[in-house]
Every structure is written in structure tokens, then in C-alpha cells.
Design a protein around this ligand. Structure first.
Ligand SMILES: Cc1ncc(COP(=O)(O)O)c(C=O)c1O
Length: 481
């Protein structure tokens, strides 16, 4: 494709995306396809000869679009918001078009220095002190793995330089709770700690936040039993019910033992753009690493995960390889982000965050976050005052966990009812919500926060939920009688 051909096709593509975003609310929220249906429409092998751009747009429309669950749809309330602001999409396009190669400062000085500046802007915007230095990873999962590698090397006094974990005199232990995201367990396993060295600390049954005294007891017991506590991963805004582990009290415990404290604020980091929410991660300054995803609620298109540490020297010591072909005369003066994470080749991710901040502006972003918090409070109040409905867990941010409990329905029957009405809504394509299982009980998470979702959409969802659950229950009682 020549630049001229790209210009024509590119204009058409931008128009296509703009139309897609304009008309998104006309589409079903959840993809209405069954497994294998998309694949069936694709040839078994790649085309030998080039095809026309017309054909490509046709395929995009007819094959790809039906296979997309529309997470940018204003009636999408599933999982967590995964906003992709169009300003950040432009940044992503610029990054792709430039085709940069981020393997060293020299290979793209702008990639390194825009990233440094943007990470520092985000530090300031979330109220973190100057002791933090940041980088951008693809995801919070990678950030957590990196954090646990740092913890492993700190606790084992750089065992990677000799026999690795296999030569460590004592088993190294990681602590988190069952409420933590599955990426925490994955990171602990990938970092070589082993499942039997992962402790799931007791949490408060109502808030599902870690109980600091239980952590302390476990650490003391482990030390007495000959283990070496290495890391605690605190969830700041958990995936299930947006629980907040008490970071300040946890750090009081980890500090004296020099246990690495990683704060996983993948979702709730966006809330820290609002000063009134920062009490939710009180004590964060005492942590060793923090990660959060602008690619969630804030709305910088995926993938964009911020990772901050207080001791970049330790990070570099663990991650650095420095082969001769990548060395240059300015190495002493510059940051080499390849030494701040796992991959060598890095994309120019900072551009999308930079575009997002510059083009949308912070005022608008903060206003939208406050709108969503307000909508969540509104929904929680409506649910709370409606007979047979209950808000199950505290509404700390924009996710409301609800359950419909008609009289006489309990245990497995209640679970079946919850899954039935939630499934019916998702199947209808009118809205999308996520059921989740907590203590053997299914509830429904309504995660508010899509960029175009306003109060009207939340009201429509609530009406849809009430009518679907009532008719599902009516059907259930009719079948019984
Ligand atoms: C609390 C929390 N941590 C980590 C993750 C993983 O995020 P990522 O998809 O960026 O790896 C999620 C995803 O929803 C999350 O909610």
C-alpha cells in the first residue's frame, strides 16, 4: 500500500469508525453469534492476491461486526468499563502510523521522553508524591507479574544471579485475598512462588477487604514455620465487588518486615483523578509498586497500564540485560524503558494517553467520572427502596452489586433465578451485565461508566432489570403450579 492509497483508505476507515460510534446504540450489546460462526465465514488459507478495499469493508461489516460485544455501547454494564475515547484512538493511530521501534532511547527518543512526561503527569493527577517513577505496560497483569518478580528478587537477595528460586534457603510467600483479581494468582505462579506459597488472607465478610490482623497473624506464623514472607498484593478496587484493602494498615505490617507491597488499582486508579476518592487508597505512599489501567474507566484505549515504583534502580537491576548491540554513547544520561519491564520492543503507548489528556481535557474526564459515581448512587438508592431487591455489597465506586430475592426463593433456586434473568437480559442484546458468584451466591454486577452512558441509560437498565426478573419469577411460579 502506497502512502496515497493509504490516504484514501484511511479517510474511509475514519469515516467508518465515526459512523460505527455514532450508530452503536442501534446494535445489540452482546455479540449474537455462536461459537465457530465467525470462523465459518473466513477462508481456510490466506489470499494469494491482494483484495480490494471495498471487499475489506464488506467483510468488516458482515463478518467482524456481528462478532463484537459492544463494550462502547451506552447499555454495556458488564465487567468493568473499557472505554476507548476517540481522542486516544487518534493517538493509537498516530503510534501505529509512525511505526516506531521502542527498543532503546536511541531507537525513538520521543517514545521514551513522552512516556516519562505523561507518567509524571498521571502521577501528579492521582496525588502521588515525587518519590514515584512510572512506565506504561500493556496490562495490569503484566504489571503485577513485574511487581512480584521485584518482590522475589528483593526477598531472595537477587537469587536470579545464582541458582534462582531453586537455591533459595526458605520458601518465599505471597499474600493476597480470594477477592484479588485472578491475574494475581497467575503472576505468583509465573514468578515461581508456587501455589502452596500463596496465602489467601481472611477478609471482612461484608466489605470483602483484607483483615490486617489476619495478615499479621499469617506472616508471624509463616516466619515461625521457617518461611520468608516476600510480597503482599493489596486490591484497591477489586474486580468482584470493588473492595478496598486497607493499604495504610497493611503497610504498617509489611514495612518492618521489608515485605514488598504491590497495590493493584487496575480499575480504581481512575477514581484517584478525583481528590475526593483518594481516601480509598490512603497509605499508598508506603507501598513499593502501584499499577492501574487508564484503559478502563478513564478511557484511554486498551492497552495502557501505568506501573509506578519508588526504586527504579532495583527494577533495572532485576530487568536489565543490556546486550552490546543496544548500547549507545548516551546510555549514562537516558532512561532505557526496556529495563523497566519484560519486553524489549515497545509500542509508543504514551501517545494515546497524551492525545487523550490533550484533546479531551481533564475537566471533562473528571466530570464524566463524577457523573458515573452519581449514577451508581442513584441506582443503589433505587434498588434499596424496591421490595425484594437488595444491594449486596457497599457501593464504593461505580459498580453496584444487586440481587433479586423474591419471597420463598433461596439457595440453588435463587441462584438459578439470578442467572436466568441476567442471562435473558444479555441474550436480548438490549443491555449487558455480569453475574458473579460470591460466597456461593450469584449476584449481578452493574458496572456503570461507559463514556456515553448517562442517567437515562441507567434508568432504562433498571426498568429492564425489574421487568425481566419479575417475568422470569412469574414464569417460575407458573411452572411450579
Ligand atoms: C482489580 C483488577 N486487577 C487486574 C486486572 C487485570 O487487568 P488487565 O486486563 O489489564 O491485565 C483487572 C481486570 O479487570 C482488575 O479488575
Amino acid at each position: 500500500m502506497t502512502p496515497e492509497e493509504f490516504r484514501n483508505a484511511g479517510h474511509r476507515m475514519i469515516d467508518w469508525i465515526a459512523d460505527y460510534r455514532t450508530n452503536i446504540d442501534q446494535m445489540p450489546v452482546r455479540a449474537q453469534v455462536s461459537p465457530g460462526e465467525i470462523k465459518k465465514h473466513l477462508p481456510e488459507s490466506a489470499p494469494e492476491a491482494p483484495e480490494t478495499i471495498d471487499r475489506l469493508f464488506l467483510d468488516l461489516e458482515k463478518i467482524v461486526l456481528p462478532g463484537i460485544t459492544q463494550v462502547q455501547h451506552p447499555m454495556h454494564f458488564g465487567w468493568f468499563p473499557s472505554n476507548a475515547s476517540l481522542a486516544s484512538v487518534l493517538g493509537d493511530i498516530a503510534s501505529s502510523g509512525l511505526g516506531t521501534l521502542g527498543i532503546s532511547w536511541e531507537s525513538c527518543p520521543a517514545l521514551t521522553e513522552v512516556e516519562q512526561v505523561v507518567c509524571d503527569w498521571m502521577r501528579q493527577l492521582t496525588g502521588l508524591s515525587e518519590q514515584w517513577e512510572g512506565t506504561i505496560h500493556d496490562t495490569a497483569s503484566t504489571a503485577c507479574l513485574t511487581a512480584l518478580l521485584l518482590a522475589r528478587e528483593q526477598a531472595s537477595e537477587y537469587s536470579q544471579n545464582n541458582g534462582g528460586l531453586q537455591s533459595a534457603p526458605k520458601p518465599l510467600i505471597v499474600y493476597t485475598t480470594e477477592e484479588a483479581h485472578s491475574s494475581v494468582t497467575k503472576a505468583a505462579l509465573l514468578a515461581g512462588f508456587g501455589k502452596q506459597n500463596l496465602r489467601l488472607v481472611e477478609y471482612d465478610p461484608t466489605t470483602r477487604a483484607m483483615i490486617p490482623d489476619a495478615l499479621k497473624t499469617r506472616i508471624e506464623q509463616d516466619i515461625a514455620d521457617g518461611y520468608l514472607p516476600a510480597a503482599v498484593v493489596a486490591s484497591v478496587g477489586s474486580t468482584g465487588v470493588t473492595a478496598f484493602d486497607p493499604v495504610a494498615r497493611i503497610s504498617d505490617i509489611t514495612g518492618p518486615y521489608k515485605i514488598w507491597l504491590h497495590v493493584d488499582a487496575a480499575m480504581a486508579g481512575s477514581a484517584m483523578l478525583l481528590p475526593e476518592c483518594r481516601h480509598l487508597w490512603e497509605g499508598v505512599e508506603a507501598a513499593d509498586s502501584i499499577s492501574w489501567n487508564p484503559h478502563k474507566w478513564m478511557g484511554t484505549i486498551l492497552d495502557c497500564a501505568l506501573f509506578y515504583v519508588k526504586d527504579p534502580e532495583h527494577l533495572i537491576r532485576v530487568m536489565s540485560t543490556n546486550p552490546s548491540y543496544l548500547r549507545s554513547s548516551v546510555d549514562e544520561e537516558v532512561t532505557q524503558y526496556r529495563d523497566w519491564g519484560i519486553p524489549l520492543g515497545r509500542r509508543f503507548r504514551a501517545l494515546k494517553l497524551w492525545f487523550h489528556l490533550k484533546l479531551d481535557g481533564l475537566d471533562a474526564i473528571r466530570k464524566r467520572l463524577r457523573r458515573d459515581l452519581d449514577n451508581a448512587r442513584w441506582l443503589a438508592a433505587e434498588v434499596g427502596k424496591t421490595p425484594d431487591w437488595r444491594v449486596v455489597t457497599p457501593v464504593n465506586l461505580q459498580t453496584v452489586c444487586i440481587v433479586h430475592e423474591p419471597a420463598g426463593l433461596k439457595g440453588e433456586a435463587l441462584n438459578a433465578h439470578t442467572l436466568a434473568w441476567a442471562g435473558e437480559i444479555n441474550q436480548s442484546g438490549k443491555a449487558f451485565i455480569s453475574p458473579a458468584k460470591i460466597n456461593d451466591c450469584w449476584l449481578v454486577r452493574v458496572s456503570i461508566g461507559v463514556e456515553t452512558c448517562d442517567r437515562e441509560h441507567v434508568k432504562n437498565l433498571w426498568e429492564l432489570i425489574k421487568s425481566t426478573a419479575s417475568s422470569e419469577f412469574a414464569g417460575l411460579t407458573m411452572n411450579k403450579s
